[in-house]
Design a protein around this ligand. Structure first.
Ligand code: FAD
Length: 538
C-alpha cells in the first residue's frame, strides 16, 4: 500500500476528482488503480475565498514496487506505515491475580479494555453511577440546582469527558499509534466512521453516552467486571508495595496491581493518597473564564464566504497572548456551537466548562480564556494548588449568589472595568443561570490584568472577539490537574509505591480525552508486563 500526502482539492470538489488526483500524482492509468481510502482529511483555510481540502490517502496499485521506485524522490509518496495495534502480552490460563482499575474515564476505560483484551480480567471501580443514571443527576444541577457530589459532570461512568464536546485530537507524541487504536475502538462502539479520517474529529455528548455503555459491554464480555458507586477511600501499602484497596462501603479488595485513573477532581482521593505517603508533586495549571460569542461571528472570521459549509462545520479557534505582567493567556477547550456547563463536583463551589452535541449547532461558540498558574502562585504543600482552586471556586459561588448561578460580565464592561447590569445581543448558555456583575475579584489580580489585556489583543486575530456584548462566565479552574502523582518512566509505577500505576489526567499524565485514553493503553501494557513478571518470579 502507498501513502499519498498533501493531496489538495477545492472545497467543493466532486468525488471523482479524488480519483483523478490519485492517478495524476502516481502517474498511473485508471486500470492500474485497485482501490484507495482516505486516511486523513483536513483543510487549509488561510485563503478564505479559496479554502482547500487536504487529503492523506492510502492507495493500492498494480505493480506497487515499480511505481514506488519511479517516485522514489517524491516526499509526498511512500509506503503506508503499519498503524495497527499489537498486544504486548497475553494472560496465562488460570491466572488468579486480578488488576484493579480505579476510574471509568477515558483513561480507565482504555486501561480496562486493553487488560481485558489481553485476558487479565480487570476489576473496574467507579465512585459514580452508570452513565444513564449519572446523566439524570448531572441534569439535576443544571435544571434544579441540585448537586450530587458523587454523580455529576466529573464523577460517574465515562468520566469527565462524557458531557463534553468530545474533541478527539491531541498533541501528545504517539510513535506507537495508540491514538489509532482509540479511534478504532470508538468506531466499534458506534462513533461516526469519519472520526478515523477527519483532522479534528469530535463526537458530542449524546453519542458519547451510548458509546460508553457499549464499551462497558465489550469489556464485560471479555471477563472484566465493573462496580459502580464503589469509591476507593483507602489504599493498603506494605513495605512500599500495594496490597489492597478499601471501598467507602467497607469492602476490601486484595490486589497487587492498581491503575489510578481518578481524574483531576478526585480531591478527597488525592488527600488520602498524600496521607498514605504516595509521592505527589504540585504542578502548573490554568484558571480563567468561559467566553461566549455568536458562532456565526467565528465562522465568518475563519471561513469568510464559505461560512456554514457542511464539510467545514462550525469553526473553532486557538489563541495565545503573552501579557506584559509575564502571564500567558490562552483559549482552552473551545466548543463550537456548544453550551457552557456547570462542572463543579463539590457543594458550595462554581466551576465552568464547555460541551456540545455532534451537530454543534447551538447559537454560541464558547471557550475557556485562561491564565497559566504555577506552584509559585500557591506555595505550600503538594496539594496547595487544589486548595487554591477551591478558594476561587468558592468565591465564584458567592459572587453568583450562592445558588449555583455563575458570576458573569460582558466583555465591554470587563475591559472598561465597570459592572454589567443587563445582557446585550449574546445570551449566555450556562445553566442554571448567570448573575451579572463585576468579575474583578473572582480571580487573582494578575489573572484579571492579563485577561483584560488579552481580549483586545485577540481582536487582531478574530475580528469581533472583544465585542462589547460577548459574555464572560466564571470560573474555569479545572483545566488540568494541580498535582502530578509521579511515576517511573520505565515501568510506569509510582516513584515510591510499587504496584500503583498513576495514569491519565488526575495523575498529571494527560490533558483531554485522547491523551487520557492513550495513557490508559500505555499503563495497561505496563501492568500486564509487571503481572507476567510476578508470575514468572512465583
Ligand atoms: P476522568 O475522565 O476525570 O475520569 C476519572 C474517573 O475516576 C471519574 O469517573 C471519577 O468518578 C472516578 N474516580 C475518582 N476518584 C475515584 C475513587 N476514589 N474511586 C472510584 N472512582 C473514582 N477533553 C477533550 O479532549 N475534548 C473535549 O471536548 C473535552 N471537553 C470537556 C468538557 C467538560 C465539561 C469536561 C469536564 C472535560 C472535558 N474534557 C475534554 C477533558 C476530558 O474530559 C478529560 O481530560 C478526561 O476525561 C480525563 O480522563 P481521565 O480518564 O484521566 O479522568
Amino acid at each position: 500500500m502507498l501513502r499519498l500526502t498533501d493531496v489538495q482539492l477545492p472545497l467543493d470538489h466532486q468525488e471523482e476528482d479524488l480519483k483523478a488526483a490519485v492517478l495524476a500524482r502516481l502517474g498511473v492509468a485508471a486500470d492500474d488503480l485497485i482501490a484507495f481510502t482516505i486516511f486523513r482529511r483536513g483543510y487549509d483555510a488561510r485563503k478564505k475565498s479559496a479554502i482547500t481540502l487536504v487529503y492523506t490517502l492510502d492507495v493500492e496499485v498494480k505493480d506497487e514496487a515499480r511505481v514506488q521506485k519511479r517516485l522514489a524522490g517524491n516526499r509526498h509518496v511512500g509506503p503506508t506505515p503499519d498503524t495497527s495495534y499489537h498486544f504486548v502480552a497475553q494472560a496465562p490460563a488460570g491466572l488468579k491475580m486480578r488488576p484493579v482499575v480505579i476510574g471509568t474515564g477515558p483513561c480507565g476505560i482504555f486501561a480496562g479494555l486493553i487488560l481485558a483484551q489481553m485476558g487479565f480480567n480487570p476489576i473496574i471501580l467507579e465512585r459514580g453511577k452508570a452513565v444513564r443514571e449519572r446523566t439524570k443527576d448531572t441534569f439535576g444541577l443544571w435544571r434544579q440546582r441540585e448537586l450530587h457530589p458523587e454523580s455529576n459532570v466529573q464523577f460517574g461512568e465515562g468520566g469527565a469527558g462524557t458531557f463534553s464536546d468530545g474533541k478527539l485530537w491531541s498533541q501528545v507524541k504517539d510513535p506507537k499509534h495508540y491514538g489509532r487504536k482509540v479511534l478504532t475502538e470508538f468506531v466499534k462502539a458506534d462513533a461516526p466512521d469519519e472520526i478515523m479520517y477527519v483532522s479534528k474529529p469530535h463526537i458530542g455528548t449524546f453519542r458519547l453516552v451510548k458509546m460508553v455503555e457499549l464499551m462497558r459491554a465489550s469489556i464485560e464480555e471479555l471477563g472484566g467486571e465493573f462496580r459502580f458507586q464503589s469509591k476507593v477511600d483507602d489504599i493498603e501499602i506494605e513495605d512500599g508495595q500495594v496490597r489492597g484497596l478499601k471501598l467507602a462501603d467497607g469492602t476490601h479488595i486484595a490486589t497487587d496491581h492498581v491503575v489510578l485513573a481518578i481524574g483531576h477532581s478526585a480531591r478527597d482521593t488525592f488527600q488520602m493518597l498524600h496521607a498514605r505517603g504516595v509521592y505527589i508533586e504540585p504542578k502548573p495549571f490554568s484558571m480563567g473564564f468561559r467566553i461566549e460569542h455568536p458562532q456565526s461571528l467565528i465562522d465568518r472570521c475563519r471561513f469568510g464566504p464559505n461560512a456554514g459549509n457542511e464539510i467545514l462545520g462550525a469553526a473553532d479557534y486557538k489563541l495565545v497572548h503573552h501579557a506584559k505582567n509575564g502571564r500567558s493567556v490562552y483559549s482552552f477547550c473551545m466548543c463550537p456551537g456548544g453550551t457552557v456547563v456547570a462542572a463543579t463536583s463539590e457543594p458550595g463551589r462554581v466551576v465552568t466548562n464547555g460541551m456540545s452535541q455532534y451537530s454543534r449547532n447551538e447559537r454560541n461558540a464558547n471557550a475557556g480564556i485562561v491564565v497559566g498558574i504555577t506552584p509559585a502562585d500557591y506555595p505550600g504543600h503538594a496539594l496547595a494548588g487544589m486548595e487554591f482552586q477551591r478558594q476561587w471556586e468558592t468565591r465564584a459561588f458567592e459572587l453568583g449568589g450562592g445558588n449555583y448561578d455563575a458570576p458573569g460580565q460582558l466583555v465591554g464592561d470587563f475591559i472598561a472595568d465597570r459592572p454589567s447590569t443587563a445582557f446585550g445581543s449574546v445570551l449566555p448558555s450556562y445553566k442554571p443561570g448567570v448573575k451579572l456583575g463585576d468579575l474583578n475579584t473572582s480571580l487573582p489580580s494578575y489573572a484579571i490584568e492579563a485577561i483584560r489585556e488579552a481580549l483586545p489583543a485577540f481582536e487582531k486575530q478574530i475580528k469581533g472577539f472583544s465585542m462589547a456584548d460577548a459574555v464572560l462566565t466564571g470560573v474555569e479552574t479545572r483545566t488540568s490537574s494541580p498535582i502530578r502523582i509521579k511515576r517511573n518512566d520505565n515501568d510506569l509505577q509510582s516513584l515510591n509505591t510499587r504496584g500503583l500505576f498513576p495514569a491519565g489526567e488526575g495523575a498529571g499524565y494527560a490533558g483531554g480525552i485522547m491523551s487520557a485514553a492513550i495513557d490508559g493503553i500505555r499503563v495497561a501494557e505496563a501492568v500486564a508486563l509487571s503481572m507476567l513478571d510476578s508470575v514468572s518470579r512465583g
